[in-house]
Design a protein around this ligand. Structure first.
Ligand code: PMP
Ligand code: GLU
Length: 396
């Protein structure tokens, strides 16, 4: 008997970001010196006040299944946070599900709203996993490429042009991975107008909400009266609290749809890890404020260094990211070809690993993504190596 893979699973590619991480490990195991700027994860340790209650929970034997929606006290804390930080009203009993990662949160949210053949508009550049998730669920991800020359601005016209009778939802991410853009009030208005006119569900990925610069305001779509009843908000603990390995996130949305979404969680993972939820509860407390502020201040210093340094390289132009921790320079002036070719070149000639922009959609194919969730000395060395390699090898 042969083990024939399902065509839909075979049709999607590997996660480029996860695959790059594997490539970094592979090269390091070979003793090669690589600087990894491809990683989308904080380099900081999870704060102690988050670790301690989780360890205590383990020691106390809090090591069994929890309700599928998550422990009540965590859902209550999430409801309070959504109210205070985001202006979102969500009933902790019915409208919030704690998920093992925001990634799984997005997957079950999509599973709860799309039927086979449904189309989901995905303005791009967009995070690498949205389209494969939609495909796995039998839907069709419709790429809506935003124009880099307009700074990847989202317009009602572009969304409307992509709408068909099969369009069911639109997926937005703000602050955005990989552009660092945050949705402006005009863009949010445009999106809400199109969603209303075509009766679309809005999936809002707000995982980078706390990581933003220059006093910018984060706008949650679900806080808008015209979006409240049609929006599912996905968020998580990975980025804000340096908790990537803990795998914890959540989804909040209207009661009727969350009733269906929870069934997907019940039948797939059951619930998020019990003791991890105790840590997450602490992460939502006041003690996190100074930790988050410190981490964001560090990202900001790195952002200013990296963007400044990139713009000094002839042939490179880089906009200031407003949020998240990625720089997405246009490298087409380097003469090294596409972002894909440039990324391959940088690994070979500078030992620096970056993510090709094309991983996030065709609108970023002239770009590469550099993560500045890396210490300043690593960023400094990376820039020195890139500059030196361009000087010696690039001219050949
Ligand atoms: N959304 C975006 C935009 C991301 O960059 C990530 C990072 N992996 C996620 C969701 C998922 O985060 P996690 O699964 O670690 O909660
Ligand atoms: N979100 C991160 C990235 O974009 C982490 C890797 C992943 O899960 O995609 O690199």
């Amino acid at each position: 008997m042969s083990t024939r893979p399902a065509p839909v699973a075979a049709s999607i590619g590997r996660s480029p970001t996860v695959a790059l991480l594997d490539e970094v490990q592979r090269r390091r195991a070979l003793g090669l010196d690589v600087l990894n700027l491809s990683g989308g994860e904080p380099d900081f340790a999870t704060p102690d006040h988050v670790v301690e209650p989780a360890v205590e929970a383990l020691r106390d034997g809090f090591t069994h299944y929890t309700p599928s929606r998550g422990i009540p006290e965590l859902r209550e804390a999430i409801a309070a946070k959504l109210h205070t930080d985001n202006g979102i009203e969500a009933d902790p009993g019915t409208d919030i599900i704690v998920t093992p990662s925001a990634k799984h949160g997005m997957f079950i949210a999509l599973a709860g709203v799309i039927a086979p053949g449904d189309e989901v508009l995905v303005p791009s550049p967009a995070w690498v996993s949205y389209a494969p998730m939609i495909t796995l669920l039998g839907g069709r991800a419709v790429d809506v490429p935003l124009d880099p020359r307009s700074g990847f601005t989202l317009t009602a016209e572009q969304l409307t042009e992509a709408v068909t009778p099969r369009t069911r939802a639109v997926l937005v991410n703000t602050p955005n991975n990989p552009t660092g853009r945050m949705l402006t009030a005009d863009e949010a208005d445009a999106l809400a107008r199109v969603a209303d006119r075509h009766d679309l569900v809005v999936l809002a990925d707000e995982i980078y909400e706390h990581i933003r610069y220059g006093g910018r305001t984060h706008r949650s779509l679900a806080a808008r009266p015209d979006c409240r009843e049609r929006t599912l908000t996905v968020n998580g603990f990975s980025k804000s609290y340096a908790m990537t390995g803990w795998r914890l996130g959540y989804v909040a949305g209207p009661t009727a749809v969350m009733r269906e979404v929870v069934k997907v969680q019940e039948h797939t993972v059951g619930c998020a890890s019990s003791f991890v939820q105790r840590g997450a509860l602490a992460a939502l407390g006041e003690a996190s404020r100074p930790c988050v502020d410190d981490m964001v201040a560090s990202y900001d210093a790195r952002r200013r260094f990296l963007v400044g340094a990139l713009n000094k390289i002839p042939g490179v132009t880089c906009d200031d990211p407003e949020g998240a921790f990625y720089a997405l320079p246009d490298i087409s002036g380097l003469g090294l070809g596409s972002g894909q070719e440039c990324a391959a070149w940088l690994i070979e000639h500078a030992g620096v690993v970056v993510t090709p922009g094309s991983a996030f959609g065709p609108s970023a194919e002239r770009h590469v993504r550099l993560s500045f969730a890396a210490p300043l000395d690593i960023l400094t060395t990376a820039v020195e190596r890139i500059t030196a390699a361009l000087r010696t090898e690039g001219a050949r």
